[in-house]
Design a protein around this ligand. Structure first.
Ligand code: THU
Length: 134
């Protein structure tokens, strides 16, 4: 894995350490690299009203969008578990919104002692769009 992606995974792992997950005890962190090189991160933030909880990936994307960023180029997710975390369907759809060419966006999936990589196009083939690619 190239160094830049190691850094992105480290960032996701650090974000997971801030997870607010008293209900699931499932700590997730995500980091997104944007086209200008900026990296934003996020973690899962749960709520007593369970469906209101926000996933780490969506948190990381919203953070970037709030900074005026619109095109992501790489994603890392990390969970404090034994199998690499595969992003949930809702998060795949949100990532797609900001990926003009999903096949070129690596999604690095990590956990304690293991990792794997797929591109976003593989994770959400023929994804739903209503507006032209950003
Ligand atoms: N979670 C994420 O943060 N990202 C995913 O892609 C899958 C699930 C969170 C939501 C919830 O806080 C916990 O993991 C257990 O589902």
């Amino acid at each position: 894995m190239p160094k830049l992606n190691d850094d992105l995974m480290r960032c996701a792992r650090e974000a997971a350490s801030l997870s607010y997950s008293p209900y699931s005890q499932f700590k997730v962190g995500a980091a997104v690299r944007w086209s200008d090189g900026t990296v934003t991160s996020g973690t899962n933030v749960e709520n007593a009203s369970y469906p209101v909880s926000v996933c780490a990936e969506r948190h990381a994307v919203a953070f970037g969008v709030c900074s005026g960023l619109r095109e992501l180029v790489a994603v890392a997710v990390w969970a404090d578990v034994d199998e690499p975390l595969s992003p949930c369907g809702a998060c795949r759809q949100v990532l797609l919104e900001f990926a003009p060419n999903p096949e070129t966006v690596p999604v690095l999936m990590g956990c304690r002692g293991d990792s794997r990589e797929m591109n976003l196009g593989e994770l959400i083939p023929a994804g739903f769009r209503t507006v032209p690619k950003p």
